[in-house]
Write a protein that binds this ligand. Structure first.
Ligand code: SER
Length: 432
């Protein structure tokens, strides 16, 4: 079985053999693009090349990029931990062509890599193509479909709408039709009952997208119009953790060697085991996911704070602390103690973690301690409010109570809402 490290290396080696220059991951935190707080895709670092503002140093590049999808157009935060295949931070394996090869090579190399190099079963693969959009004046991507037909039977090629098959970086910027490769990881008896074709893009945890091949052809302007790019660009992105799941024969990203050491450490620290209790498992997945995001944000220069990108990181850290506190009995700072496990697992591929270990530990520990103080008081008060509300036969707490929690005790509104939801209650937000 290939390890995560071997898989990452094999991707780079494959594209190097196809004439690509391997570049390092860009930082996950973006400081010079007002349209984006965090790197949400491998192509971000190439935005100016794609738009034609900068010449490309190499026409073919490939990398593994640290990405974060927690704000703006691409935001997966609420799913993380509850399902088994979304993450806040994830690694995206990508290959690019800046005005060099286009759809034909992108599709045939993707196929060659997955099927010939990695030996994934082609019968379990599906490709989607853009069905077109009359309102944008765009037709179906027959060209991409014709290349897929060389590899896949017609019933494994699926039309997709603008939402799924027209990729955009944000409200403005580079975009274009895309073809996604989906994989069906279900056992044979389930595959016999329902075709994978019917489950593509239906949020099934074992029929999932693994690779997106974007055929960048346009720049979305602020007025919503599409302007052709100066040169056609290939931008592909493959979910590394999902690929590991497929290759390691698992049905959850968290069962791969990317996450297992961390989950074991969290379980040991909490005196439990992963896989025993649904709610505890969610909490452990949340923590295993979020510790990566927090550590990498700090190494990339974004500390938790009260505003903008810093507040997003603070909220992620608090989400993890809260799950640990409520479901794993972690009443003291604990996340900072997980750093050696993370370094052991990812320090070789990302040496910045090793270089900044002391800083990361210190920042996380301080942040945890300060939030735990807020948490204790807030949870106590909220419990009391919920009890009183229920005693009055109601399920909605007053917005004034939520405001006092927030204003006087620093207890975040989103946390109040989350805890209320978990208890089947709501808040009257008009009164907040
Ligand atoms: N930009 C595309 C994505 O993020 C492909 O890399 O999915």
């Amino acid at each position: 079985m290939l390890t995560a490290k071997e898989i990452r290396d094999s991707f780079k080696n494959f594209f190097e053999s196809k004439g690509h220059h391997i570049v390092p991951s860009a930082p996950m935190v973006i400081k010079d693009d007002p349209t984006l707080m965090f790197t949400n895709a491998g192509m971000n670092q190439f935005k100016d090349i794609i738009l034609g503002n900068h010449p490309a140093k190499y026409q073919r590049v490939a990398d593994s990029q640290k990405c974060l999808r927690v704000s703006g157009k691409h935001n997966d935060l609420e799913e993380v931990g509850h399902d088994t295949y979304h993450h806040t931070m994830f690694e995206m394996l990508g290959n690019w062509s800046f005005g060099d090869y286009f759809k034909k090579e992108a599709i045939s190399w993707a196929w060659e890599y997955l099927v010939e190099v990695l030996k994934l079963n082609p019968e379990h693969l599906y490709a989607t193509v853009f069905e077109g959009s009359p309102e944008e004046g765009l037709g179906r991507d027959d060209e991409a479909a014709s290349y897929w037909e060389q590899f896949l039977p017609k019933d494994h090629i699926i039309n997709g709408n603008k939402h799924d098959n027209f990729w955009e970086m944000g409200d403005t910027g580079p975009c274009g039709p895309c073809s996604e490769i989906h994989i069906d990881l279900r056992p044979a008896e389930e595959r016999a009952k329902i075709s994978g074709r019917d489950l593509v893009n239906h949020d099934h945890p074992q029929v999932i997208e693994i690779w997106n091949l974007v055929f960048m052809q346009y720049n979305r302007k602020a007025d919503g119009s599409l302007e052709p790019l100066p040169a056609k660009v290939i931008d592909t992105g493959m979910g590394f953790e999902r690929l590991c799941m497929a290759l390691q024969g698992k049905t959850s990203n968290y069962d791969t060697d990317v996450f297992q050491p961390m989950l074991k450490a969290i379980a040991a620290m909490s005196g439990t085991e992963y896989g025993k209790d649904k709610q505890q498992d969610i909490a452990m997945r949340v923590i295993a996911d979020h510790i990566r995001t927090i550590a990498f944000s700090i190494t990339d220069g974004q500390l938790p704070s009260n505003a903008k990108a810093g507040y997003v990181i603070r909220r992620i850290l608090r989400r993890a602390v809260r799950y640990g506190y409520t479901f794993l009995g972690q009443k003291q700072a604990f996340m900072y103690k997980l750093l050696p496990v993370l370094i052991d697992n990812m320090g070789e591929a990302y040496p910045e973690l090793i270089a900044q270990k002391a800083l990361i530990e210190k920042v996380i520990k301080e942040e945890e301690e300060s939030f735990l103080r807020t948490l204790e008081t807030g949870i106590r008060l909220l419990d009391k409010t919920m009890e009183d509300t229920k005693a009055n036969g109601k399920t909605e707490i007053s917005g004034k109570d939520a405001f006092i929690l927030y204003d006087t005790f620093g207890f975040p509104l989103d946390l109040t809402e989350l805890i209320l939801r978990e208890n089947g209650m709501t808040v009257n937000i008009e009164e907040f």
